[in-house]
Design a protein around this ligand. Structure first.
Ligand SMILES: C[S@@+](CC[C@H](N)C(=O)[O-])C[C@H]1O[C@@H](n2cnc3c(N)ncnc32)[C@H](O)[C@@H]1O
Length: 221
């Protein structure tokens, strides 16, 4: 398993970031449901890091549910600015910073809970990113990676896109992106296990979920 790959996706800056922020706002239910699911497991006062938050919708929904100290780290300066604006408009407290998942600008053991959704497959140094997740989590902390499965079927993807509530053009562009970009970059469950095994986590728990998977990375106390 290679530890690096060329970044095959388009850099998500400028108009691409604005388009993504617009279409995923229509699917805010996804972020609400994820925030509800994880808020039950995160103690009040916890330090939470979302890697690659994009427009920041998950951070915003989580901040509405509890007293957490939330930080988002994204490589795209456009998304950092969009997320800051969205957080201010929603009236929630969260810090958004620009930086690379494979080289995080944080002290070791800074976070209790770490979340990364729909982004891991884009990372050019995925194993290094998992090693960084280990480093920035405090002992006893948990990291969650949600992403698309390489073996997701076209029928499953079509159902997922239908549920996003998009207009005809955005639905067509999203379907094209899934087929021609996202699936090609996506990992299998075995590949995710092999990458976790190369880091100090040693192992991880993986559940299949719809078109994707959920990877649980626990840092022992
Ligand atoms: C498809 S968007 C997902 C955004 C958000 N998590 C969501 O669920 O809507 C992928 C995100 O990964 C970010 N990204 C890609 N490579 C990154 C890296 N090496 N470090 C941090 N963020 C990265 C992009 O800028 C973008 O915000």
């Amino acid at each position: 398993m290679p530890t690096t790959k060329a970044y095959k996706g388009m850099a998500m800056e400028g108009p691409i970031a604005t388009w993504y922020a617009k279409i995923t706002q229509k699917d805010v239910r996804r972020h609400k449901l994820e925030a509800q699911r994880w808020a039950q497991k995160i103690a009040p006062g916890s330090r939470v890091l979302e890697i690659a938050p994009g427009p920041g919708y998950f951070c915003i929904e989580l901040a509405k549910l509890g007293q957490y100290r939330i930080t988002g780290l994204d490589i795209s300066q456009s998304f950092v600015e969009i997320a800051r604006k969205n957080a201010a408009a929603a009236g929630i407290q969260a810090e958004f910073r620009q930086g690379d998942a494979a080289n995080m600008p944080f002290e070791s053991e800074s976070f209790d809970f770490l979340f990364c959704q729909a982004a891991f497959k884009n990372f050019s140094q995925p194993v290094k990113a998992i090693a960084e997740i280990y480093r920035v989590l405090r002992p006893g902390g948990t990291g969650i990676i949600l992403d698309l499965r390489r073996d997701a079927s076209q029928a499953e993807i079509d159902r997922e896109i239908e549920n996003m509530g998009l207009g005809r053009l955005d639905e067509y562009l999203t379907r094209w992106t899934f087929r021609n970009v996202l699936l090609k970059n996506a990992y299998s469950l075995d590949e995710m296990k092999a990458m976790a095994a190369q880091t100090s986590f040693g192992t991880c728990k993986i559940n299949r979920e719809g078109v994707g998977f959920q990877v649980l990375l626990g840092k022992r106390s």
